[in-house]
Design a protein around this ligand. Sequence first.
Ligand SMILES: [Zn+2]
Length: 359
Amino acid sequence: MEFERVKHKVIDSHLHIEAWENKDGVSFIDGFDEYIENMGLHAVNIASLPSGKERNVSNNIMIAFYKLAHKNAFAHGGLIYNEYPAPDKMPEGMDFVTQYKELMEIGFDGMKMLEGKPSLHKLVGKDLSCDLFDPFFAELEKDGTHLIFHVNDPEEFWSPALATKEMIERGWSYADGTYASNEEVYRQINRVLEKHPNLCVNFAHFFFYSYHPEILDELFSKYPNMGVDITPGGEMYTAFDNNREYYKEFFTKYSKRIQLGTDTTFPYPTHDFCWLMDRVYRYLATDDEFQGFADRVNKGMKLPNETIEDIVYKNFERTVGKKPREINKTALKAYIEKYRCLMSEEENERVDALCKRYL
Ligand SMILES: [Zn+2]
């Protein structure tokens, strides 16, 4: 393997599953195991993405099975929708507080939301601070349950001047006027934070504020349980590099607010997972120069050891837990029965095969 194993205890706080197996027929379970083993990770946290046109409840279910297969796997569950745009009120028994409680009963360790990403935000068609979500945020705040929240995207995605054909095809351009503006989405999430100031939330990808860290300064001072992750977004590392000394201090000052993640997504090859971890970890822990993000050479920050430890595992343990919660098989079975109507026939068969093996 061309990558060295990490030299700290490391928890990758931000991974996803998008397929049952990769092109070589390796299952998502074996794929993640290989990544953990190759890089010498202490644990991983898989963040579910069950909402969106091509996605459904099977993502929550797969992740629950990964927790059964791997004792050091944490998981953040996601909300599901009966239709898009979302109704003003979810059908009886599917409201978000009920869904959240079901997932926690199964043994999820936190919640993940992608609803602030402009494409899903548009599909769901709801203000993040509206009454559909509010009781759910209130419940998370009351329980101190950790939320990983993807809100917005890099600012240039809204720029008509920068919208290339490739960006448009990849869904990375919001310049056609049908998406909420970046400012509007921030206004909505600010209202959520004002209503729920103690929400234990980590905004993914540095909250897309790597070019405006002064806003994070202000938010950190207002909201004691709010943090960000440094999951790439290569643009973020360019911003750090451009402002190196400032960011070294920022990372040290706010070491309790920052978590490591890679966005490693199965079924990409294990090599890609390891590349991401190698780059993010070396950026924090070494002063190596390496071919890094956004086709640039990055130079590691070599932060103080306590700062590194906070970022690579301690904050995760403090906000989510030291050990993954155990899967309650009865609750998982009930969840599968309740929602299997939302999965395809093929997905049902695959879930049944996992039930046979693990339940
Ligand atoms: Zn992600």
